[in-house]
Write a protein that binds this ligand. Structure first.
Ligand code: G3I
Length: 398
């Protein structure tokens, strides 16, 4: 198996790494200097392997306007020195791609495996990076003991709510003070026009829609200082109609009005060159911010059709222009909104991407190629961040 095919595998086979607490400044997300010190502490990069030295690394350039640049990561990739070097030098936020999901952290009831999550949190602390926790309430990657128990009736609705509460308190409590942003709830809205909360979602069908605000309240009790996010895809105009954004916006407004502790909204940012760049993105991010919310791009990638999963060469040479263009446009949308505090890519090397395994015939989604060489999209992001230092508004963190 290609060792970096999915953002995923291997957490259970890793030895647990001792935790190194993040600094209070880093946890507050305001000390970009400490983040850059972390980058400088990594071994020097070669321009060929990483796209540049530490002075023009993405995280360093973004720090000038207090923006954080993140990536999703697979723990065992850290065993590859080149990979760990890029991760340390280029990024100031880490998102565990899978290692904080319920199915990974509690594969059997009351049997916990924190090895992958611990390793990533420790790496982040060692390199002055913040952590996006992902994700507490989602229909996917749940433990089979939980879904089987619900299906066969041995777990009742009341017990399911109790188990969820315990899960949130256990996980958020374990990493209390070390998670900058938590994706509390993930992907609850329908891909439809009009959109709305999916009544057939696992959690909604068993516990009703009030379980979402309840999850935010529990997470807030467990770590009052973490920023709590609602995270979803196609909520910045990617659906063409803006219907999903409209529904999420209306719901967030209602939740804010009810005093639910939701602090931010994450647009995942999974784009595809065949659909073009969503022209509503800036306005959609702005109107979320106008509700008093932080905003983040949480899982950016741009897929296109390729020759095969191993090489991932675009079959249409024009895609090699569309790909960096869409990354650049997405970053510019983020830069235009001061409340947008982080821009995270869903893995940086194409060998890691979830895309070839999910979208038949597609790939080339990330900013480094299958050989970990920076692509045009990397250099466009670098240029945009360089220019942003003298034009884009500084990020508002409080
Ligand atoms: O753990 C098993 C392993 O035991 C088995 O050998 C292997 C065989 O394929 O599968 C492994 O499970 C895989 C898991 O990742 C961990 O590697 C699943 O097949 C695979 O489907 C799963 O994919 C993850 C996907 O979420 C699940 O929906 C991706 O790595 C992960 O990047 C992706 O991330 C999601 C975000 O959480 C939410 N937004 C969308 C994003 C992309 O789908």
């Amino acid at each position: 198996m290609d060792r970096r095919r999915f953002l995923a595998v291997g957490a259970s086979t890793l030895a647990t790494t001792a935790l190194v607490p993040a600094t209070a400044e880093a946890a507050a997300g305001t000390d970009t200097a400490s983040a850059d010190a972390g980058a400088a502490g990594a071994s020097p990069a070669t321009a060929a392997s990483t796209g540049g030295g530490t002075d023009d690394a993405l995280r360093t350039l973004a720090s000038r306007i207090n923006l954080r640049i993140g990536t999703a990561v697979i723990p065992f990739d850290l065993d590859t020195p080149d990979y760990a070097q890029v991760m340390a030098e280029q990024f100031s936020v880490v998102t565990p791609g899978n290692e904080m999901k319920w199915g990974v952290v509690e594969p059997e009831q009351d049997v916990f495996d924190w090895s992958g999550a611990d390793r990533l949190v420790a790496f982040a602390a060692q390199h002055g990076q913040l952590v996006r926790g992902h994700t507490l309430l989602w229909h996917n990657q749940l433990p089979t003991w939980l879904t089987d128990g619900v299906a066969d009736g041995t777990i009742t609705g009341g017990q399911l709510a109790d188990l969820l509460k315990a899960h949130i308190f256990t996980e958020v409590g374990r990493f209390r003070g070390r998670i900058w942003q938590w994706d509390v709830a993930n992907e609850f809205f329908q891909d439809a026009n009009p959109s709305g909360i999916n009544p057939n979602d696992f959690w909604i069908s068993h516990l009703g829609p009030d379980i979402i605000p309840q999850a935010f309240r529990w997470a807030h009790q467990a770590d009052p200082h973490a920023l709590l996010f609602y995270n979803d895809y196609n909520i910045a105009g990617e659906d063409g109609t803006n219907a999903k954004s409209d529904a999420v916006y209306a719901w967030l407004k209602q939740m804010r009005g009810q005093g639910v502790p939701i602090h931010g909204v994450g647009n995942q940012g999974h784009l595809d060159t065949q659909y073009g760049f969503p022209t509503q993105m800036t306005q959609d991010l702005q109107r979320y911010a106008a509700l008093g919310l932080k905003v983040a791009i949480t899982e950016a990638d741009v897929r296109t059709f390729v020759d095969g999963p191993d090489t991932q060469v675009p079959t249409d040479h024009l895609a090699t222009f569309a790909h960096p263009y869409e990354y650049s446009q997405m970053l510019k949308a983020a830069l235009a909104v001061p409340e947008c505090i982080s821009f995270t890519v869903w893995g940086f090397g194409d060998a890691d991407s979830w895309v070839p395994g999910t979208f038949k015939g597609e790939g080339y989604a990330n900013i480094y190629d299958v050989n970990l060489q920076p692509k045009a999209a990397y250099f466009d992001l670098q240029r945009d961040l360089q220019l942003a230092a003298s034009g884009a508004p500084r990020r508002v963190h409080t």
